[in-house]
Every structure is written in structure tokens, then in C-alpha cells.
Design a protein. Structure first.
Length: 422
């Protein structure tokens, strides 16, 4: 079925098989930009039903096919937009650029999208979807300067792509579609597990395990035997600082900045190795194993994590509050409480600043949290941790599948590996 190609030609689309063509997108379809009713926030343009109003959040929340939107247009709104129908291929061209998706519902697109209409009979829509997906970073680099950056229909239409024979296009799309279907199922499992975790946290952090008596407190109803404490009662905050450019200018260290922490997962990914004398001015907070680090800049994004042993005695940004737990709280329980909506609500009330709203150390110290006995903290933490391990496994599996898909795209969409079509 598969074989390695040996005869190539050089084209504007790169090195492709001799029997493939290189075409500009506008040679095989019409590229049309969407349109928006104005003013966009006028309620007369919206309805509770009708054609979906496609926004980038709907696209990023979907996988390959768009089957639902969070908003719908009224008939008047539809008349001032661009309609798309099941089977149409669209792509984002503003802010988040180059994300394609196949529409599987009646909808409308605004001017942050283009639709690829009147496809030539020699082009398979799913093949074109994968070709656009492969070129996502290329489209992003083509953005025009502006507040958000954007593309126009001319730039999209003039983009060269390789075009195999039609039956081979379908075969390529079928192979990639099989991988996509497995990724989509994994995504569903992740979504269900995330909802399970959210529900568990809501129950365990407000009702505990096996309690029948409750009391009202300043942070809501909690079990009668629990306490309400402040962060400063259960943790030391930013207890150790250092200037690596002075203390260890010729040594390297691992640096955790805000970008190193995955939002809402509690995981630190890809800390940067930096030479002391080249340390940024914010590299000051010393972290130790089991410390909980809490982003104080836009804390509602939930960039919180527990420091693993491999990052013991390393350094994080002053954009974090480093919480070193005292003997009355378990680190993982504290992390779970920080993730809770009630903690985020408190943070939102305290934040100061416009473009970069943040908390200071004294505000972090005053955040109130529920405090069960240690044995119950451990039970709650173990329950949530079990779900987190399931999530970590599924996310790792999805990442593995995405790497496989990327490798297949690199081979199949360039013709390095061909599919024999009878």
C-alpha cells in the first residue's frame, strides 16, 4: 500500500513527486472572507436558535468538524454575515491564524474567517483540510502587522500547495482521518475526566468525606469540624530569595517562569536552563521540592504547580508566590484548593492593575481556604490525584498520537511516502 517515492521535482510548494502538480489555492477554489453585523454586540443580530455564529473559541474547542457554536444569529444577523453549510471548509485569518475546520452544521462566519468555496472536482475537501493544517505555522508567519495580525483572501489564495491525483488525495485523507478519529476519542475521554475532576473537587472541597453536619462560613458551607484559615496560617510565603547573577554568575540553574507552568494541570513543563550572570531580573525565588508555586499575575488562569524533586533548590520568577507548607497542610491538598473557584473568586476581588492584574504577597497571605484534619486532607488529595493521573495518561497518549499524525503528514503530504492507489 505504501511505497517510497524516488523521482521529484522542485516547485513553489517545495520538493514534490514528479506526477504531482503545484497549484495556488485560488486556482482550485474561491476564497471568500466572512462578514460581521455591526455593531457586533447589538442583541437584535442574535437568537437562541438558527444558524451558528462561528467564533475562534468554537473552532479551538472542536476537532476537525464544527458541530456546535456557543452563539446563534437571528435572521437579520444572518443577512449581514456569510453563510456556510455542512461540508464547507473554513479557516481563521485573524489573531489565531491558520486554524482550519470542516463545518458540519448551518452557520455564519465573521470577517476573522475565510471559506473555501466552489472546490474544483480535482480537489478532495478533507485533503485540503489536512494541507491547510500542515501549513498552519506558515499562515501564522504570513500575518500582516496590526493590533492582532491578520491575513487577507489574496495572501491565502496565492499560497502554493502540492496536489496529488484525486484518488491519492482521498487515500491520504483516509489514513490521516483514522489517526484523527483516535485522537478525537482520546479528546472525549479527557473532556469527561476533566468534568469528573471538577465535580469531585466541588464536592470534596466543600462537603468532605462522610460528613452530615455543616456550617456557614465566609467562604461558604463547609463541614462542621473543618476550619477556615488564611494562607499565611498554613504556609511560609517566599521564604528564600537569591540573585543568581551575583551569587552564582558562572553556574547554570533551571528557571521556572509563567510559561513553564501548564494552566490548570499543576505541571511544570520545560523549565529553562540559564547561566547565572544571564539571569533575568525576575529570576529570584528559590524553590524546593513540594513547594506550591502560585502565579500572582492573572491568577484566574490557574498557573499553579507543585515543585517536583528534579527542581529542588532551583529558581522561579517573582511572578509566583512560593508557598512552603507548614505541618498542618498537605501540598497536594493546598494545590487543589488553589484551583477551586472559591479561591479564584477571592483572587479576582483582590487583584490590582490594568493590563497585568496581579496580587502582592500580603494579599496572597490573606486568601482564606478550608482546612480539614490531615487524615481527611490525605484522602481528598489521593482521590483527586487518582483522577489527575488518569488525565496525565490520556494527555500523554493524545500527544503521542499527535506526533504520529505530524510525522504522517510530513511524509504523505509531501509525497516522500506514497500510497499505491489501484
Amino acid at each position: 500500500m505504501f511505497y517510497k517515492e524516488t523521482i521529484f521535482q522542485y516547485t513553489q510548494a517545495g520538493k514534490i513527486p514528479k506526477d504531482w502538480r503545484c497549484v495556488e489555492i485560488n486556482q482550485v477554489c474561491e476564497v471568500r472572507r466572512g462578514a460581521s453585523p455591526r455593531p457586533i454586540n447589538d442583541p437584535k443580530y442574535f437568537s437562541e436558535y438558527g444558524r451558528g455564529w462561528v467564533r475562534i473559541a468554537d473552532v479551538t474547542a472542536s476537532y476537525k468538524y464544527l458541530r456546535k457554536t456557543s452563539q446563534y444569529l437571528s435572521k437579520l444577523g444572518e443577512s449581514k454575515s456569510v453563510k456556510v453549510n455542512p461540508g464547507d471548509l473554513i479557516m481563521s485569518i485573524c489573531a489565531t491564524i491558520g486554524k482550519p475546520i470542516i463545518v458540519d452544521m448551518e452557520a455564519c462566519i465573521h470577517d476573522g474567517f475565510v471559506v473555501f468555496r466552489n472546490l474544483s472536482k480535482e480537489v478532495d475537501v478533507e485533503f485540503l483540510f489536512y494541507m491547510l493544517q500542515k501549513n498552519e505555522s506558515k499562515f501564522a508567519n504570513m500575518r500582516q502587522t496590526g493590533t492582532q495580525g491578520n491575513l487577507n483572501t489574496y495572501l491565502v489564495g496565492k499560497t502554493p500547495i502540492p496536489l496529488p491525483p484525486f484518488e491519492e488525495q482521498r487515500a491520504i485523507a483516509k489514513v490521516l482521518g483514522v489517526v484523527d478519529s483516535v485522537i478525537a476519542k482520546t479528546d472525549e475521554v479527557i473532556g469527561k475526566t476533566e468534568r469528573l475532576k471538577k465535580g469531585l473537587m466541588q464536592t470534596l472541597l466543600t462537603r468532605g468525606i462522610g460528613h452530615k453536619e455543616f456550617r456557614e462560613t465566609e467562604i461558604g458551607k463547609i463541614p462542621k469540624t473543618w476550619k477556615v484559615v488564611k494562607i499565611k496560617d498554613i504556609a511560609e510565603i517566599n521564604k528564600e530569595s537569591v540573585d543568581p547573577s551575583k551569587k552564582m554568575p558562572d553556574k547554570t540553574f533551571l528557571y521556572v517562569d509563567i510559561d513553564s507552568v501548564e494552566e490548570e494541570t499543576g505541571k511544570i513543563r520545560n523549565p529553562k536552563r540559564i547561566l547565572g550572570k544571564e539571569a533575568p531580573s525576575r529570576a529570584r525565588r528559590v524553590i524546593h521540592v513540594s513547594d506550591v508555586i502560585m502565579s500572582t499575575v492573572r491568577p484566574y488562569l490557574r498557573a499553579f504547580a507543585i515543585v517536583p524533586k528534579e527542581l529542588d533548590n532551583q529558581i522561579c520568577s517573582t511572578g509566583f508566590a512560593v508557598l512552603s507548607c507548614k505541618n498542618n497542610i498537605i501540598p497536594y491538598f493546598l494545590l487543589s484548593v488553589l484551583f477551586s473557584d472559591k479561591t479564584i473568586i477571592q483572587c479576582n476581588r483582590m487583584m490590582v492593575g490594568g493590563q497585568y492584574p496581579a496580587l502582592n504577597q500580603s494579599q496572597v497571605a490573606e486568601i482564606k481556604i478550608p482546612l480539614p484534619p490531615l487524615y481527611e486532607q490525605q484522602k481528598i488529595a489521593d482521590t483527586i490525584l487518582a483522577v489527575d493521573r488518569k488525565l496525565e495518561f490520556e494527555r500523554s497518549e493524545k500527544a503521542r498520537l499527535e506526533r504520529i499524525k505530524q510525522s504522517l503528514m510530513d511524509l504523505l503530504l509531501t509525497g516522500k511516502i506514497r500510497i499505491r492507489v489501484d
